[in-house]
Ligand binder design. Structure first.
Ligand code: G3D
Ligand code: MG
Length: 304
């Protein structure tokens, strides 16, 4: 077996989206319509050799398959500790499984790993069952998720690769290339930079009440206050990172219409963290006022 980089990847997604079938297709080049429901976790191995920057690199992939049901949160979570990359898998015949990637699986990944700054591949599987209506819809949903969550990762890939795919474990369509793209990113994912990491650090050093009311400093101020209100600093950092992505903020120019939903998400989190609803809503109102105040302030044009 060739010596190489050892990387653990995990396939996440609701039950019956086709995680086990994708792994079987990729590792064994097999597809079975027989009953293959996964019992517990299974680890498959595959050695992949890729050309990265003109050099052959071998990666020893450890692919973790996952029990897809809810309600196994704890045992699921411990299984994907230490993952270097993830495939987030949904089913084109059930678009709600795409929503669930954002509502359930990404927050869980963030909770366990403490970061989502790992290579992610977004997959809508069972493309062979897709229709002229469902395929473009699913594609747009994947594109949206990928754009908000794969920050700093796409730069690691040569242009011909993508980070989102419509696949079919049944026909084999796009399965290999999806795994290859993930493996490629794993080869140099340490160098990935999440542009928001620096923003958040900066926000914590911001002096409050400064006169500068550019959009960025409003974001800084909100982040700073949220940390103060939340208590658990590590958890606060994770939540901010997650909600920034959920709101789709742009680190250079967090648009106003996205800043407002961002404050709503933070408010939800404060309430979940036992803050009185009225107090949290008052806080949100103050944030919105801050944003609106910024809107009414004429900004000097940005330096070129
Ligand atoms: P899971 O591991 O995510 O729970 P499975 O999902 O791999 O067990 O797949 C669930 C069901 O979907 C299986 O059918 C499997 O054959 C089917 N399936 C998986 N991938 C595809 C695909 O690309 N196209 C089609 N048409 N079906 C697929 P059963 O009948 O065993 O439940
Ligand atoms: Mg399975």
């Amino acid at each position: 077996m060739p010596e190489g980089l050892k990387k653990k990847i995990v396939l996440l997604g609701d039950s019956a989206v086709g995680k086990t079938s994708l792994i079987n297709r990729y590792v064994l080049n097999e597809y079975s319509d027989d009953y293959i429901s996964t019992v517990g976790t299974k680890v498959s191995k595959k050695d992949v050799t890729l050309e990265v920057d003109g050099e052959d690199r071998t990666v020893n992939l450890m692919i973790w398959d996952m029990l897809g049901q809810d309600g196994y949160m704890l045992s699921q979570a411990s299984q994907f500790e230490g993952s270097h990359g993830a495939m987030l898998v949904a089913d084109v015949t059930r678009p709600d499984t795409i929503d669930r990637l954002e509502k359930y699986w990404i927050p869980m990944l963030l909770k366990v790993l403490g970061t989502i700054r790992i290579p992610l591949i977004f997959i809508a599987n069972k493309a062979d069952l897709g229709t002229r209506d469902s395929l473009p819809t699913c594609w747009d949903m994947l594109k949206d998720l990928d754009g908000r969550y794969n920050l700093g990762m796409k730069e690691l890939l040569p242009e011909e690769f993508n980070t989102k795919f419509l696949t079919s474990a049944k026909t084999g369509g796009n399965v290999e290339i999806a795994f290859t793209a993930l493996t490629y990113m794993l080869c140099n994912s340490e160098s990935a930079v999440d542009p928001f990491d620096d923003r958040i650090k900066e926000a914590l050093m911001t002096e409050l009440g400064s006169e500068d009311t550019s959009r960025v400093s409003v974001l800084d101020q909100i982040i700073y206050e949220f940390y103060g209100l939340y208590g658990d600093q590590e958890e606060a950092g994770r939540i901010i990172r997650q909600e920034i992505a959920r709101a789709g903020l742009d680190h250079k120019d967090p648009l106003t219409h996205k800043l407002i939903p961002f404050t709503e998400y933070l408010t939800e989190q404060l309430v979940r963290n036992d803050m009185e609803v009225e107090e949290a809503l008052a806080r949100q109102k103050a944030w919105v006022a801050l944003i609106r105040g910024m809107l009414n302030t004429k900004r000097p044009p940005l330096a070129p």
